[in-house]
Design a protein around this ligand. Structure first.
Ligand code: NAD
Length: 476
């Protein structure tokens, strides 16, 4: 008798080999076939919208409108942008000749990487598996997806979709956890697109090095929000409540902690309270039973958040709003804390939940110093109406993106690259940048029989040396 593990491992071997054999066929597909494949996904999503909403709801009680907006709409928007531009992206991109290369004809072609692996997380479980799939198909690859074992209802729906739409030698899903991911990572894939934690990202990077496989790593981190005294506080508070408590705070580029000018602290906290009450309920009981607020994914994560909260309280943090939780139902209320938080897990780990620590500053340099103590995050958010403050923050911090007077939205702008830097990620995705991530940017240089470069070939006599000297003189 084989153990289930062995059966699935031999299935992985089989599918991987089938995809390797088939990758040359898929590579040679044109715009029409790739676009038709994207349409198949689009139709499936539209026909199975309720099934996707139900699955994500079963995973962490995500409200249907949030699933519509952040999982379904974003996926459809990625398909639309890709379809509208793919013909252009697939065309060779001409490179203007440099003065010494005037007689050449150079261009760049985007060729498929080949057989690629996508490993995705649980927090936007449909979007973060299917969005890279769209880019991978657009670029002409065969694809294996390993969705998260934690959001298992959504992973089952992703598998159902892929099984219905594609033969396994084109696209295939393997469900399962670390064991399956580790086995897949031993294969010599042509690209790995990983979305998940920084810790696992490092494991993926090491595994990829074994085969010189290129990677895109979409990781996490602590994205700060700065609000200065010139900001429109009502607007900032409304956006903060939406951006922080969307998906119950389990958003990679979501606001992690808040740095505000000391003079506006009490006003901003009051406004946050008002918008929480407006969005989720007038009192703790109404908020707890709100249908518009998701739950924490599982027992481990709710335990982690409770530890963060209780530790911060021990260090003297003040609970300004919320602070309620229920381990039985994975409920953690929208929570705002104030204090210094130095040395607490709230400032050492990615929070990834609905807790917003608020710290104050007297001048913008103090806020910048706090940001610089952390590894570069996915995003830095600034609410301000002073260009000088915005520029100072931009010039003195490092992150994957900078967003001014809004939050989170950079993810949904498909003409902008999305990604992190260092601990928050390597490479970018979305729209053209996603297509590029799954493509080999290949240089093509064409020349004629007549080549002025021949004038410089050996033997290197005096005349040639003079010519070389002239060349250097011209280019110095
Ligand atoms: P995770 O790293 O625990 O898991 C991600 C995937 O990796 C899952 O499919 C999991 O099965 C797999 N995995 C787990 N252990 C592994 C191992 N040892 N080897 C190989 N694969 C392994 O992340 P998560 O908890 O699912 O997701 C939350 C994290 O993802 C947060 O840090 C968040 O910031 C980040 N994230 C980043 C983005 C982004 O676009 N930058 C988007 C969403 C989430």
């Amino acid at each position: 008798m084989h153990s289930p593990g062995k059966i699935i491992f031999s299935e992985i071997d089989k599918v991987f080999n089938l995809q390797i054999q088939n990758k040359w066929n898929v590579r040679n597909t044109g715009f029409t076939e790739r676009s038709e494949n994207l349409d198949k996904i689009r139709h499936w999503i539209l026909n199975n919208r309720q099934k996707i909403r139900d699955a994500v709801y079963k995973d962490f009680k995500k409200p249907f409108p949030e699933t519509d907006l952040t999982e379904i709409f974003n996926t459809l928007a990625e398909i639309r942008t890709t379809k509208a531009n793919l013909r252009k992206w697939m065309k060779p991109q001409k490179a203007a000749p440099t003065p010494s290369m005037l007689t050449t004809h150079g261009y760049v072609i985007y060729e498929p990487k080949g057989t690629v692996l996508i490993i995705s997380p649980w927090n936007y479980p449909f979007l973060l598996a299917v969005e890279p799939l769209i880019s991978a198909i657009a670029a002409g690859n065969t694809v294996i997806i390993k969705p998260s074992e934690i959001s298992r209802n959504t992973s089952a729906v992703i598998k159902e979709m892929v099984d219905e739409l594609f033969p396994p030698n084109e696209v295939c899903v393997f469900e399962g956890g670390k064991e399956i991911a580790t086995y897949l990572l031993q294969k010599p894939f042509d690209h790995i697109f990983f979305t998940g934690s920084t810790t696992v990202g490092k494991i993926v990077l090491k595994a990829a090095a074994e085969h010189f496989t290129s990677v895109t790593l979409e990781l996490g981190g602590k994205s700060p929000v700065i609000v200065d005294s010139s900001a429109d506080l009502k607007d900032a508070a409304q956006k903060l409540v939406w951006g922080k408590f969307l998906n119950a705070g389990q958003t990679c580029q979501g606001p992690d902690y808040l740095l505000i000018d000391k003079r506006i602290k009490s006003e901003l906290i009051e406004l946050l309270k008002n918008f929480i009450n407006k969005s989720y309920g007038k009192n703790p009981n109404e908020i707890k039973h709100s249908h518009d607020f998701a739950r924490i994914i599982n027992f481990n994560h709710i335990g982690r958040l409770i530890d963060y909260l209780e530790e911060a309280k021990k260090y003297g943090a003040k609970v300004e709003i919320g602070g309620e939780y229920d381990r039985e139902t994975n409920y953690f209320s929208p929570t705002v804390l104030s204090g210094s938080f130095t040395g607490t897990k709230l400032m050492e780990e990615e929070i990834f939940g609905p807790i917003l620590p608020v710290m104050t500053f007297e001048n913008i340099d103090e806020a910048i110093e706090i940001i610089k103590r952390q590894p570069p995050p996915l995003a830095v958010y600034i609410f301000s109406n002073k260009n000088k403050t915005i520029e100072t923050v931009k010039e003195n911090t490092v992150s994957g993106s900078v967003v001014i007077n809004d939050l989170v939205l950079q993810f949904s702008h498909y003409n902008l690259p999305f990604g992190g830097i260092k601990e928050s990620g390597l490479g970018t995705a979305h729209g053209f940048y996603g297509f590029e991530a799954f493509s080999n940017r290949r240089t093509v240089l064409k020349h004629h029989k007549f080549s002025p470069i021949k004038l410089f070939y050996p033997p290197y006599n005096n005349g040639k040396q003079k010519l070389i000297n002239l060349l250097i003189k011209f280019f110095r």
